[in-house]
Design a protein around this ligand. Structure first.
Ligand SMILES: NC(=O)C1=CN([C@@H]2O[C@H](COP(=O)(O)OP(=O)(O)OC[C@H]3O[C@@H](n4cnc5c(N)ncnc54)[C@H](O)[C@@H]3O)[C@@H](O)[C@H]2O)C=CC1
Ligand SMILES: O=C(O)CCC(=O)C(=O)O
Length: 534
C-alpha cells in the first residue's frame, strides 16, 4: 500500500486516480506545522502540495520512504529541489493545468488596473459616489510588454491581441519566427522599457529573474507605465515598485504574488495605486481539478510502473524518445551490473559510447541507468536515476559520453568502459530486432549472449578440455548450466567463456573452478532481470 499525504487544499475530485485505486491510501492533512510534517513524513511514499507548504531540506531529510514530491501547479520554488535530488526523490509538477486560469487572472488584473475597478468598488461599497476619481485608460492600441513568453506569457499575448494591443515579447527562447507566427514583436527588456504602456511578467523566480524589474529598470520605463505580476513575488522588486509608484514614474501595478506570502509590505498592499489579490492566479475550479488530476495520475504511474512525465529533477524525455530507447533501458543496466561484477574494483573513469541510430537520440536516461548500476555495486542502494549524478560528483568521479553514427555491425550499439587507472574493462550490447537484447562483447571478446540472472564469467586459455573441466566442477556442485557463450582472440590464445547457470554459484565451487589449469579468472555475477524504468 502506497501512502500519500496532501498538505495544501487540493481538489478532492481531482485526486480520484489515487483515492479510487486499491494500492493507494490518501490522507489530506492541510495546514500542518513544518515541525509536525517533518515528524510524520517518514510514513509516506508521496507528498502533494500547492504553494503554501514549504518543503524544506529538514522535511526532505526526514522523508526516508518518500519517492515523489508533487506540486499541484507550476512553480516549485517552495520545494528544496537539491535536497530532494540528493535524497533520490522525484519532484514533479503539473505544468499546464493552471495556464488558462493564470492567463485569465492576468488579463482580469490588467483590466482592473486600467479601469480602477477594485478602488471604485471599495469607494462605492463604502457609500461614496466618486466618478471623477476613477477615470481609467484603454488597452486599445497600447503597447504591452510580456516578459517571459512561456505557456502563460504566450496565452496572455494571444488574448491581449484581441484588445488590439501591440505586443512586445521578451524571452531568451523567443525566436523571430515564433514571434512572427504569434503576431508580436521580439524585443529586449530595454526596448520594452522604452515603449510599453503595460508590462506583465511571466518568468519563474530564479537567481537571474529575482529583481529583474528593479529601481534601475523603472528609470528606463515610460512615465506612467503600469505593471502586472501574476508570476512570482520577487521578480519585481517590491520596495522599488512602491517607490516608483509613489514618485509617479509608474502609474499603477496589479500584483497577485509576493516576496513573502502573506505580504509584509503595507506600502504595497495599502497603496491606492496598487491593486492586489492573494495569489489567486490558479484559483479556479477547473484549474484545481486539472492540476490535481495531473499529479495524482502521475504519482500513480511513477509508483506502479516507474513512468515519469513531468519531473523537475530528471532529464525530460519525450514519449517518442522513450519508445526508441526502451529496449536499452534494462539491457544497459544489466550490462553495467555484469561489468562491475567482473571488474570488481571501484571505477575512476567511466566512458560510454553510443553507436548507430542511438547517435540521434536523447540517451541521458540510458547513461544514468548505467552509472547507477556501476555505483550501486559499492555504494548504498539508495542511488537511483534521480540522484545518480549528484552521487557521482560527490565521489569526485566523472564520465564521458561519445556518440558516433557508425553502425559497428549493428543498427545500435552501446559500449561501456570502466577503468581504475591501472586496469580497464569493457562491455557492449545491442538490441536485435525480433530477438531482444544481447551482450555482444566483454573485454573485447565477441559474444552473442542473452542476459540471464546468474552468470559465470571465466577468463581462460583456449585449450582442449576447458569446457568439460568447468562443466564437471559445476556438475559435482549440482549447478545446471543453461547456456554457454565463448569468445576467443586466436586459436589456442586467450578466451572468455560466459555461462548462464540456474542458481547462485557458492564461493567454494568458484575456488574449485579457479584451480583448473590454464584458467585465469572466474567471477560469479547476479544481474537484475526485472524490467526497469518504463
Ligand atoms: N499566480 C499564480 O497562481 C500562478 C503563477 N504561475 C507562475 O507563472 C510563471 C510562468 O509560468 P509558465 O508560463 O507556466 O512557465 P513556463 O516555464 O512555460 O514559462 C516561463 C518562461 O520564462 C522564460 N524565462 C526564464 N528566464 C527568463 C528571463 N530571465 N527573462 C525572460 N524570460 C525568462 C522561460 O524561457 C520560459 O519561456 C511561473 O513563475 C509560475 O510559477 C503559474 C501558474 C499560476
Ligand atoms: O496552487 C496555487 O494556487 C498557486 C499556483 C502557482 O503559483 C503555480 O502554479 O506556480
Amino acid at each position: 500500500m502506497y501512502k500519500v499525504i496532501v498538505t495544501d487544499p487540493i481538489s478532492a475530485s481531482g485526486l480520484k486516480a489515487l483515492t479510487e485505486h486499491d494500492a493507494f491510501q490518501v490522507e489530506q492533512r492541510v495546514g500542518l506545522e513544518p515541525e509536525v510534517l517533518a515528524e510524520v513524513i517518514c510514513d509516506y511514499d508521496a507528498l502533494i502540495v500547492r504553494s503554501q507548504t514549504q518543503v524544506t531540506r529538514d522535511i526532505i531529510q526526514a522523508a526516508d520512504r518518500l519517492k515523489v514530491i508533487a506540486r499541484a501547479g507550476v512553480g516549485v520554488d517552495n520545494i528544496d529541489i537539491d535536497a530532494a535530488t540528493e535524497k533520490g526523490i522525484i519532484v514533479i509538477n503539473a505544468p499546464a493545468g493552471n495556464t488558462i486560469a493564470a492567463t485569465e487572472h492576468t488579463l482580469a488584473m490588467m483590466l482592473a488596473l486600467a479601469r480602477n475597478i477594485p478602488q471604485a468598488y471599495g469607494s462605492l461599497t463604502s457609500g461614496k459616489w466618486e466618478r471623477k476619481l476613477f477615470k481609467g485608460v484603454e488597452l486599445y492600441q497600447k503597447t504591452l510588454g510580456v516578459v517571459g513568453m512561456g505557456r502563460i506569457g504566450t496565452e496572455v499575448a494571444k488574448r491581449a491581441k484581441g484588445f488590439q494591443m501591440n505586443i512586445l515579447g521578451y524571452d531568451p527562447f523567443l525566436t523571430e519566427d515564433r514571434a512572427k507566427k504569434l503576431g508580436i514583436i521580439k524585443a529586449s527588456l530595454d526596448e520594452i522599457a522604452a515603449q510599453a504602456d503595460f508590462i506583465t511578467v511571466h518568468t519563474p523566480l530564479t537567481p537571474e529573474t529575482r529583481g529583474l524589474i528593479n529601481a534601475e529598470y523603472f528609470e528606463k520605463t515610460k512615465k506612467g507605465v503600469r505593471f502586472i505580476n501574476c508570476a512570482r513575488g520577487g521578480i519585481i522588486d517590491e520596495q522599488a515598485l512602491v517607490d516608483a509608484v509613489n514618485s509617479g514614474q509608474v502609474a499603477g501595478a496589479a500584483i497577485d504574488v509576493f516576496e513573502h506570502e502573506p505580504p509584509e509590505n503595507p506600502g504595497l498592499t495599502q497603496n491606492p495605486k496598487i491593486i492586489v489579490t492573494p495569489h489567486l492566479g490558479a484559483s479556479t475550479t477547473e484549474a484545481q481539478e486539472k492540476v490535481a488530476e495531473s499529479v495524482s495520475e502521475e504519482i500513480r504511474d511513477i509508483l506502479t510502473s516507474g513512468s515519469v512525465q513531468h519531473a523537475i529533477n530528471l532529464p525530460h524525455i519525450s514519449a517518442t524518445v522513450k519508445q526508441k530507447i526502451k529496449p536499452y533501458l534494462t539491457l544497459s543496466e544489466q550490462m553495467a551490473e555484469l561489468l562491475m561484477q567482473i571488474f570488481k574494483k571501484a571505477p575512476k573513469t567511466i566512458k560510454i559510447n553510443y553507436y548507430g541510430e542511438l547517435f540521434l537520440e536523447d540517451t541521458g536516461l540510458l547513461t544514468r541507468q548505467m552509472i547507477k548500476a556501476l555505483l550501486s555495486y559499492y555504494l548504498d542502494s539508495s542511488i537511483n536515476i534521480v540522484n545518480v549524478m549528484q552521487v557521482l560528483k560527490a565521489h569526485g568521479l566523472s564520465y564521458s559520453v561519445q556518440k558516433n553514427a557508425a553502425h559497428k555491425g549493428f543498427t545500435n550499439f552501446i559500449e561501456l568502459e570502466i577503468g581504475n587507472g591501472e586496469d580497464k574493462a569493457t562491455i557492449a550490447c545491442t538490441n536485435l530486432s525480433g530477438f531482444g537484447g544481447r551482450i555482444v562483447s566483454v573485454n573485447g571478446y565477441r559474444l552473442d549472449m542473452e542476459p540471464e540472472r546468474y552468470l559465470l564469467y571465466i577468463d581462460h586459455m583456449d585449450v582442449p578440455g576447458m569446457i568439460g573441466n568447468v562443466g564437471s566442477v559445476l556438475g559435482k556442485g549440482k549447478i545446471n548450466i543453461g547456456s554457454m557463450y565463448v569468445g576467443r582472440e586466436t586459436i589456442g590464445g586467450k578466451a572468455v567463456m560466459v555461462l548462464t547457470v540456474d542458481k547462485p554459484v557458492p564461493e567454494a565451487i568458484r575456488s574449485d573452478i579457479l584451480r583448473i589449469n590454464d584458467l585465469n579468472d572466474v567471477q560469479f555475477a547476479e544481474i537484475n532481470i526485472e524490467e526497469s524504468v518504463d
